[in-house]
Design a protein around this ligand. Structure first.
Ligand code: ZN
Ligand code: CU
Length: 490
């Protein structure tokens, strides 16, 4: 087949994202699409890349991010993700979304993970989509609408309580509007005040907007520790009751984990429950490849058996990156008093069991999501290291699963769960979101002490056919798109 096109990547080991075994071949790209693959010996590319010895995969989809604001500030802000091979990010997680919410004072934690009030200026989802289209970045964005953002807007005065009927109706209307304007679904962070004060019935009532418009329910569950099984049941009930008898709303459990030492090993129970309930309704989960979590500093939830590292502090920026106990010792204060003095602040909590992390990651329903927090001073290393860590540490060193399976959990499976059309697999007709990497050297370098080191072994990244990363680093191109709610009912 003789033809000319923009780009041909030759002699790559193609891992197509479906989970199928790798094969050797060429891939041709024209404009924003893959147009051919196989042996393309007689075709000619404007640019040709010889990929002998390297693997070519669909660009990685980060299933769980807090990049709502990072995607608005241009390509440099997504260096942490593109340097890992990421081409699409899912934003608006854990009930926290930048839109639709305008603030005149500092938003309550954990909404302030996204920044102070100066960042909350978007009164509708349409404005968010417009901002992204006006100033595009180097990743595609799939955006969810967060319950906490809706609550702060709808519940004037005290948000630390259950919402009343009028407030619920207002939230439901705002969610409907957001879905119609391109939001991919609804998220909650029921673990956190002021979302924790919402009853299951409130969540269902607000989430009813999903029935008419189509969309996913995604949640940082109420409890990931002792009552994790109840939380899974609550999540699946919300999926059933916001959908119809024939079609429950698809649910995604965010960063699935079993928290706290007394719950170590319980992923056997949680995964069994998810599988049994999942026979009758669609359910998936994302997971990050580390046994520590990260969120805002919560002094009332500290435990002596869970080590804590500070990620940021407004009054004491100088202690970011340090162990809370060391700072407490230095200040001659209790741990709790120290944590209180740091507020508002963020932290890493070493609260999981490595065996659970592996069991959850290896489960067929899992997708890889970083849960990286991009504006922290000394962030959790998952922000810069998640995807190469799975490919290097868990595939090559630990041999937890095959490279094909790992790629599937970062691409084809993720696209299928979120309903993304023509992304997530390498096949003619699909968008040319691609990553070229070396399976023998790919590795994360980010650690808890050095969390912003770029990974090794990621050679090139293309997004919608345009190179976003090459040997010199970011290209500066900004071909990323806002991906409108793929489930929007017609
Ligand atoms: Zn979360
Ligand atoms: Cu999160």
């Amino acid at each position: 087949m003789a033809f000319r096109c923009d780009l041909i990547i030759r002699d790559a080991t193609i891992i197509d994202g479906t989970g199928a075994p790798r094969f050797q071949g060429d891939v041709a790209v024209n404009g924003d699409r893959i147009i051919a693959m196989g042996d393309l010996g007689s075709a000619a590319g404007q640019e040709e890349v010889i990929a002998t010895g390297l693997a070519l995969a669909p660009g990685f989809i980060d299933a769980h991010t807090h990049d709502d604001r990072a995607v608005l500030c241009g390509p440099a802000c997504q260096h942490c993700k593109v340097s890992q091979g990421v081409t699409t990010v899912v934003v608006g997680n854990c009930g926290v979304s930048l839109a639709p919410l305008r603030m005149t004072k500092r938003p309550p934690p954990p909404l302030d993970l996204l920044g102070d009030e100066s960042w909350f200026t978007l009164g509708s989802f349409a404005e968010y989509a417009e901002a992204l289209e006006k100033r595009p970045t180097n990743v595609n964005t799939l955006a969810f609408c967060g319950h906490m953002s809706l609550r702060v807007e709808a519940m004037e005065g005290d948000v630390y309580r259950a919402a009343n009927d009028r407030e619920i109706a207002a939230m439901q209307a705002r969610l409907s509007e957001a879905l119609a304007q391109g939001a991919a679904g609804f998220t909650t962070g029921l673990y956190y005040a002021p979302n924790a004060q919402a009853t299951t019935d409130e969540v269902i009532a607000v989430g009813e907007a999903l029935r008419a418009h189509g969309g996913i329910y995604m949640t940082h569950m109420r409890d990931e520790a002792d009552n994790v099984l109840d939380s899974i049941r609550e999540t699946l009930r919300i999926g059933r009751e916001t959908g119809t008898a024939e079609r429950p709303v698809e649910v995604i459990i965010s960063h699935h984990k079993c928290s706290m030492p007394e719950n170590f090993g319980r992923s056997r129970e949680t995964l069994a429950l998810i599988d049994s309930l999942g026979q009758d309704q669609p359910v998936a989960f994302d997971v990050y490849p580390y046994p520590a979590g990260s969120t805002v500093m919560m002094p009332e939830r500290l435990r002596q058996d869970v080590p804590v590292q500070i990620t940021w502090s407004v009054p004491h920026p100088e202690v970011a990156g340090r162990d809370l106990d060391d700072v407490a010792r230095e200040w001659g204060m209790t741990r709790k008093a120290t944590a209180e003095k740091l507020l508002p602040a963020g932290a890493i909590y070493f609260q999981m069991d490595e065996a659970d992390v592996r069991r959850i990651m290896a489960h067929p329903r899992s997708m890889i999501g970083s849960d990286g927090i991009p504006h922290d001073a000394v962030p959790h290393p998952r922000l810069w290291g998640t995807f190469p860590r799975v490919l290097g540490h868990y595939v090559r060193e630990v041999k937890l699963f095959s490279l094909e399976t790992a790629i599937h959990k970062m691409t084809g499976r993720t696209a299928a769960v979120f309903g993304l059309q023509q992304r997530g697999t390498i096949r003619p007709g699909n968008y040319a979101d691609l990553v070229l990497f070396d399976p023998a050297t790919v590795a994360d370098r980010a650690t808890y002490k050095t969390p912003t080191l770029t990974s090794l072994g990621i050679h090139r990244v293309w997004n919608n056919g345009e190179a976003t990363l090459n040997a010199e680093g970011l290209t500066g191109a900004a071909p990323g798109r806002f991906l409108r709610n793929p489930r929007l009912a017609a």
